[in-house]
Design a protein around this ligand. Structure first.
Ligand code: HEC
Ligand code: HEC
Ligand code: HEC
Ligand code: HEC
Length: 480
């Protein structure tokens, strides 16, 4: 159905709209059926968050909750991610990998992360600040490949001079904010990142013409919560969706279209020397073929449930774990279960998921070290290449799932399927390597002992920044 032709373009006052919202959807969770237009007095190119406060004080109030103090918490600990420093050897992620923080910290965090260096490009800015459409206007297509540190950082700092508000800290007025998801004049949901529009277009879906209002409640999130890579020529943020949204579809795309277009790998692994792929947060993709996605239950349904403020219901604009408010996030639809039951169900799913993840990652660890041993034992080049390809595949299929931030909840079955494909590939790499190593007279028991020792040393190092130092050693020399 076409939104634009259907819309009744009468400007209703915000009060009437809110009354309609109360009357409309909840608690049955059918999408709101009234096409409202909320007029504001803001200029069309408003990108700071602060000017929205006068127009929408209640939304702004909720939005400020994203500033709740959250320190950086590293995931690179034995308790959370014991093996990642090995699995991401020679990748900057192996030194810094934290839990996500609130939307208001987007810009602050990208300006601070040690993963940004002099080689970083404009594309890295794309999901971090409301200034991106402005930057795209100013830099044109050069935005994507511009130097992050030399060109974009100074311009962003300049743009951030205005619109500060101490409640939002240094950069919260320009993190992920209102104009990223709303037209500042009509407050309709909108897409501001061209990469999503282009990816959907290649899939034969015209967002502007075809997206329903309910679609938009997930598509606004899909601007950022997706897997992407940088196009080899233009450096544009590109979504590998041409063959579909499942990990296996994206794998096929990366093995074919992406390579043909000049994108062969993200980095060379320090242990196996394999050309690796790095996956990023595919929340949208996993959700899209999970139970809730298929039932049309959107991101906003769970992550932006209605809240009552001054007697009115408005969508929460504090994005975090739905489990902090199961009553509003889940029980509106699942009234037959208690909050405790629902929470327990999520935690059970996540626990099983994380156990499987640990096993599949451990297989990848072994595969990398087996390949390292193939290299030092002078194995046949064909075997090295073949096992490298298998370790690349095995790692893709768990990494895309590990990068998905719900620990399996958004799509438990899809996640398990991908991890099975991962284990199959890693096991095959180990099987082929073992055959060759035995032929070369290498002692497999000794190799397994050395893997166990090395892994133990990485685990025991307490400083996440130092862990990478233990990943390679005399027995397993660094490869690149
Ligand atoms: C990440 C995307 C996103 C950001 C950022 C965002 N919103 Fe929203 N907003 C939504 C979604 C999704 C809805 C639900 C819209 C719907 O169902 O039609 C919504 C709804 C609204 C509504 C309609 C009434 C309601 O509560 O459902 C208003 C007004 C609004 N937002 C204001 C704001 C303001 C002000 C800001 C900045 C402080 C902001 N939004 C930031 C996604 C966003
Ligand atoms: C413009 C890009 C962008 C858009 C649009 C966006 N996000 Fe985010 N989101 C991010 C980034 C970046 C982070 C991590 C911020 C950090 O750690 O500094 C994040 C973090 C989150 C978190 C974790 C917050 C925490 O405190 O742990 C949730 C939940 C989330 N987003 C949900 C959503 C939902 C739901 C939508 C759509 C309604 C959405 N996001 C739209 C970029 C975006
Ligand atoms: C059926 C409800 C539901 C839907 C729909 C849903 N999520 Fe979630 N999401 C959850 C739950 C539950 C968690 C796990 C929270 C936890 O572990 O505490 C979660 C976790 C997350 C996280 C990690 C939060 C954190 O603090 O680390 C992000 C980011 C996220 N979801 C984004 C999205 C996006 C984007 C969409 C839509 C494409 C979406 N979710 C759809 C329920 C949902
Ligand atoms: C807007 C309505 C809606 C909301 C909100 C919602 N769900 Fe669901 N949920 C559904 C529907 C519809 C199904 C599919 C039911 C079916 O097929 O019987 C479902 C299925 C499930 C299932 C079984 C399928 C599976 O994937 O394991 C669980 C568990 C579940 N929901 C938990 C939650 C939790 C936890 C939350 C809150 C974080 C939540 N739901 C929020 C509508 C919703």
């Amino acid at each position: 159905m076409n939104l634009r032709t259907r819309r009744i373009a009468i400007a209703l006052s915000a009060g009437v709209v809110l009354a309609l919202l109360v009357w409309a959807a909840w608690p049955t969770a059918t999408p709101i059926e009234v096409e409202e237009t909320i007029g504001t007095d803001l200029p069309a190119d408003t990108f700071h968050v602060t000017p929205f406060e006068d127009e929408f004080p209640a939304h702004f109030e909720l939005y400020l909750h994203n500033m709740r103090v959250e320190d950086y918490v590293s995931k690179l600990t034995v308790e959370v991610e014991p093996d990642l420093p090995i699995l991401w050897s020679n990748l900057p992620f192996s030194k810094s990998y934290n839990y996500p923080r609130g939307h208001t910290f987007g810009l602050e965090d990208v300006l601070a992360t040690p993963r940004i260096g002099d080689a970083s490009i404009g594309s890295c800015m794309t999901c971090k600040t409301t200034a991106v459409p402005t930057l795209l206007d100013e830099f044109g297509d050069d935005y994507w490949s511009a130097s992050f540190n030399e060109e974009l950082r100074p311009r962003v700092l300049e743009l951030a001079e205005e619109g500060r508000d101490e409640r939002l800290g240094e950069f919260g007025h320009m993190g992920i904010g209102c104009s990223d998801c709303h037209d500042p004049q009509t407050m309709e949901l909108r897409i501001t990142r061209p990469s999503l529009v282009n990816a959907m277009e290649r899939r034969g879906f015209d967002i502007m013409e075809e997206a329903t209002k309910n679609d938009m409640r997930a598509l606004v999130c899909a601007q950022c919560h997706v897997e992407y890579y940088f196009d080899a020529d233009t450096k544009k943020v590109t979504f590998p969706w041409d063959q579909g949204l499942r990990p296996e579809d994206m794998w096929e795309y990366k093995e074919n279209e992406a390579i043909e277009a000049g994108f062969a790998y993200d980095w060379i692994h320090g242990v196996s020397g394999a050309p690796m792929l790095k996956a990023q947060h595919p929340e949208y993709e996993l959700w899209s073929y999970g139970t809730h996605g298929e039932a049309g239950v959107t991101c906003a349904d769970c992550h932006m449930p209605y809240r009552r403020i001054d007697g009115r219901k408005i969508s929460s604009h504090f994005w975090g774990s739905p489990l902090e408010d199961v009553e509003q996030s889940c029980r509106t639809c699942h009234a037959d279960r208690s909050s405790t039951q629902l929470t327990q169900r999520v935690r059970d799913t996540q626990e099983r998921h994380l156990e499987a993840m640990e096993e599949t990652q451990a297989l990848s660890v072994r595969a990398h070290y087996y390949i390292n041993r193939l290299i030092t034992a002078g194995a046949d080049e064909d075997v090295i290449e073949e096992t490298r390809h298998l370790v690349r595949k095995g790692q893709w299929f768990w990494d895309i799932i590990a990068a998905e931030n719900s620990d399996g909840f958004h799509n438990p079955h899809g996640s398990m399927d991908a991890m099975r494909m991962s284990s199959d590939a890693s096991n095959e790499a180990i099987r082929l390597a073992t055959r060759e190593l035995v032929r070369l007279g290498v002692d497999i028991d000794e190799l397994e002992d050395m893997i166990a020792q090395t892994r133990q040393q990485v685990w025991e190092e307490e400083d996440p920044l130092q862990k990478a130092e233990w990943v390679t050693n005399e027995y397993f020399p660094f490869q690149d």
